[in-house]
Design a protein around this ligand. Structure first.
Ligand SMILES: N[C@@H](CCC(=O)N[C@@H](CS)C(=O)NCC(=O)O)C(=O)O
Length: 301
């Protein structure tokens, strides 16, 4: 069974929920905390604590790029990479990360009060360097950048196409949609202030929302840990010899722009697309932790 570790307000988790919906899947839903510590998640990941994380048995997928690959591989139809864009969906989806995502976060959260959210801001400052005062000061600029991005989406959709790639939705649609979806967090989901003057964007967002989330079933974190313990990791691939690293070598993986503890383990796969580590934890036994190559810093131990 596919298990998603997430929380309801996570925009990147919304991408995965919609991908599961697009494929009409049933899945186990484990709710994780919005900030550290995440003691029922990190035994699985070895320290990666961002949201979302997907689990299939003893295989743990970190980051939506690795997660969507895993879902696509396990359930190829309907594809998250439909023609005519095909793999170009990945390129377009990557554009929703980094500065674009930061602008969306600024637009959605820049105006939020510090009062009552002290712990949250402390967490985000420590882990991602988001100093609340500096973030609030930058919010008006970030909001302009976000609106400029929405204008690009509106223009891309203005020839009447249903989705970014044409008639079928794919990874790129979900990745860019979450930026907009997140703006509803403070308005109970209402996006009228952003879609009112952008009709193509509004119709596209409504089509994507209608995809739904498939069939989630609430699941206890302890059951997810037990599921991992009862399973065996599924490693496919090899270590690219040009990397200078070798299979079986101890390495640590961390993420650019994130101060969370590095995940340490034995290198099993390293290609331009994927990094997989094997690690053992008393609570879950041996698990494989899978990452996309982009965004990860690999350090030999
Ligand atoms: N590149 C990652 C980005 C994930 C990300 O930034 N997630 C946010 C929430 S949507 C996060 O980790 N926030 C801190 C947390 O959840 O503890 C992906 O595609 O999954």
């Amino acid at each position: 069974m596919i298990i998603l570790h997430h929380y309801s307000t996570s925009p990147w988790a919304e991408v995965v929920r919609l991908a599961l919906g697009l494929k009409g899947l049933s899945w186990g839903s484990v709710t994780i905390p919005v900030m550290l510590p995440k003691p029922r998640l990190t035994p699985l990941t070895g320290g990666y604590a961002r949201t979302p994380v997907l689990q299939i048995g003893a295989d743990i997928y970190c980051d939506t790029a690795a997660i969507l690959d895993a879902i696509e591989q396990a359930h190829p139809s309907p594809s998250l990479y439909p023609a005519p864009l095909g793999q170009t969906h990945r390129l377009l989806a990557a554009q929703a990360q980094g500065a674009t995502f930061f602008a969306a976060v600024g637009a959605a959260m820049g105006g939020l009060p510090a009062e009552g959210m002290e712990e949250f801001w402390e967490d985000r400052e420590k882990r991602f360097g988001m100093k609340p005062e500096a973030f609030r000061a930058a919010a008006p600029h970030l909001a302009t950048q976000f609106c400029a991005h929405l204008a690009l989406l509106e223009a891309a959709l203005s020839d009447g196409r249903a989705y970014l790639g044409g008639t079928d939705p794919g990874h790129a649609d979900l990745a860019h949609y979450q930026l907009l979806w997140f703006q509803g967090a403070r308005t109970g989901g209402d996006l009228g202030h952003l879609t009112g003057t952008r009709p193509h964007l509004g119709a596209w967002a409504a089509r994507i929302a209608a995809i739904g989330h498939g069939t989630p079933t609430e699941m206890d974190a302890e059951d997810a840990l037990a599921t991992a313990k009862a399973a065996t990791p599924n490693i496919r691939g090899m270590v690219d010899s040009a990397s200078g690293l070798q299979s079986g070598q101890k390495v640590a993986i961390s993420q650019e722009g994130c101060q969370d503890p590095a995940v340490e383990g034995t290198l099993a796969v390293l290609t331009d697309r994927r990094i997989s580590l094997l690690r053992t934890d008393p609570e879950v036994g041996e698990v494989a932790v899978h990452f996309p190559r982009i965004g990860q810093i690999v350090r030999p131990l």
